[in-house]
Write a protein that binds this ligand. Structure first.
Ligand code: BES
Ligand code: MN
Length: 455
């Protein structure tokens, strides 16, 4: 085995504790991208990443402003003739609510056995630190065998609203052969994974307005259509009884799976029983005629993320609220366009909202689905790297989550992505008690080191 590779792997093994401490430092910064007035923390996290890049020998590291949260750029371009990999990550995290359900404070990283618990540990500060740790292991023991550029954003968890404009203005900076994106996770602890498809997303706020102020429910109830009820009636109509979505034309552009696609989904390892356990439900739900892996990876959805209306505090208050609001998002599959889905949603609302209330639909984000080709540069090298560490070949699932920038890299820069990651399905992403399995984190570092030596 290449001597430098050997030394890098050893460095990583010796420094496992330091890498975990680095991760803890980053977790302590509450970089919630959707939170108002949080720009100081966002900048602090961006600077943490920038300083770490400089410390491990990357050049030209800088925090660059966008219309919202800054991006971090850096490079190391000392390997003429070798490919240039654009390493991607996001330093932002999801909100910590509901706070009462956390067993340890979300931004105080806590070691519990093999786990590190905290918001962003798995999605994706763990993967960011794993990547930086792999590069540190290489640069502290010799010279990088490949050219690197870095792009870390702070808006992934809100749909990357500023990234398209920023990318168009900084195209030349991002010229590379392909993107390495470790934000996609694994199917299981013993299942190295190279994700080959992600769903897109269209995220909305739907408002239903009724009376121009809150009313006494005894004095008005029965004579005024309650906006909370109207919202519930609307939401109930958004799905048909077979689990399909009732927006007009919603399925027109949905790609049709080939026999081969269906075989690949059927070959994935998880059974219905596994999914029930993972999700904590006694029964699964969804479109008939599609197995669970297909429902997640190849079928579009419409989800209620939250509903707000009237009085929800302790005790009782008899009120007929003046409005109701629901956060509703659609996961999209190849060939669906978020702009078209918005039109379909508006058509649905025009047809179904009764004249007793008024509606308003606000789109908060939109991104198309992405597909990774089988001959994507870097894929074979990552497959070999994962196999070196896990001792088995990776699986290539289409996954249900979304990473908007993957589509922008493709559409704006013509840049394909290698999607992998070291988070596990049971890590409680976006939920209380998010955690990272540290043995898998360290294996991931080893795999990334192998990867950079595979060119
Ligand atoms: N890392 C996830 C996406 C993911 C999860 C990919 C599991 C593959 C498997 C990413 O950080 C994420 O959660 N993205 C958001 C994007 C949205 C807010 C636009 C998502 O999917 O909800
Ligand atoms: Mn996420």
């Amino acid at each position: 085995m290449n001597e430098h590779l050997q030394k890098s792997l050893e460095y990583a093994r010796k420094n496992e504790e330091t890498f975990v401490e680095n991760l803890a430092e980053l977790i302590r910064i509450p970089s919630i991208s959707t939170k108002n007035d949080n720009s100081a923390e966002m900048t602090r996290a961006a600077n943490w990443v920038k300083d770490k890049l400089t410390a491990i020998g990357m050049k030209n590291a800088q925090v660059m402003p966008t219309d919202l949260h800054p991006v971090v750029y850096a490079e190391s371009l000392d390997c003429p003739g070798q490919p240039t990999v654009l390493v991607y990550g996001h330093y932002d995290v999801q909100p910590d609510e509901p706070l009462g359900l956390w067993e340890t404070p979300p931004f105080e990283p806590t070691r519990i056995g093999e786990l590190m618990v905290g918001r962003g540990t798995s999605d994706m500060k763990g993967q960011v630190v794993a990547t930086l740790s792999a590069i540190e292991s290489i640069t502290r023991t010799g010279k990088l065998p490949i050219n690197l550029k870095f792009l870390f954003e702070g808006e992934e968890e809100i749909g990357s609203p500023s990234i398209e404009k920023w990318m168009k203005a900084n195209k030349d900076l991002l010229i590379a052969d392909f993107c390495l994106n470790p934000d996609a996770g694994m199917l299981g602890e013993d299942i190295p994974t190279l994700t080959k498809g992600l769903r897109g997303i269209a995220y909305y706020e739907l408002w239903v307005h009724g009376p121009d102020h809150d009313l006494h429910s005894g004095m008005a109830g029965g004579a005024v259509h309650n906006p909370g009820q109207a919202m519930a009636e609307l939401i109930a109509k958004m799905h048909n009884s077979d689990g399909s979505i009732a927006l007009p034309g919603f399925y027109d552009d949905v790609f049709v799976m080939t026999e081969q696609d269906r075989k690949e989904f059927a070959a994935l390892p998880h059974s219905d029983e596994d999914y029930k356990k993972l999700f904590g439900v006694s029964e699964l739900w969804g479109e008939e005629n599609f197995i669970v892996a297909e429902r997640l990876g190849a079928r579009p959805t419409l989800e209620v993320n939250g509903i707000l209306s009237g009085f929800t505090g302790a005790g009782q208050k008899t009120v007929l609220p003046s409005w109701a609001m629901a956060k509703i998002s659609c996961r999209l599959v190849p060939n669906q366009d978020p702009t078209k889905v918005t039109e379909q949603f508006r058509k649905f609302l025009s047809a179904h909202v009764p004249s007793t209330v008024h509606w308003e639909l606000k789109q908060l984000s939109g991104a198309k689905a992405s597909v990774i080709e089988n001959d994507q540069p870097g894929l074979a090298q990552m497959a070999a790297a994962l196999e070196s560490v896990w001792g088995k070949k990776p699986l290539y699932p289409r996954e249900g989550g979304s990473i908007p920038i993957v589509g922008y890299f493709q559409q704006i820069l013509g840049l394909g992505s290698v999607l992998t990651g070291f988070g596990l399905p049971g890590d409680n992403l976006h939920a209380p008690n998010e955690h990272l399995h540290l043995p898998t984190f360290h294996k991931g570092i080893q795999a990334l080191i192998h990867f950079f030596f595979n060119f």
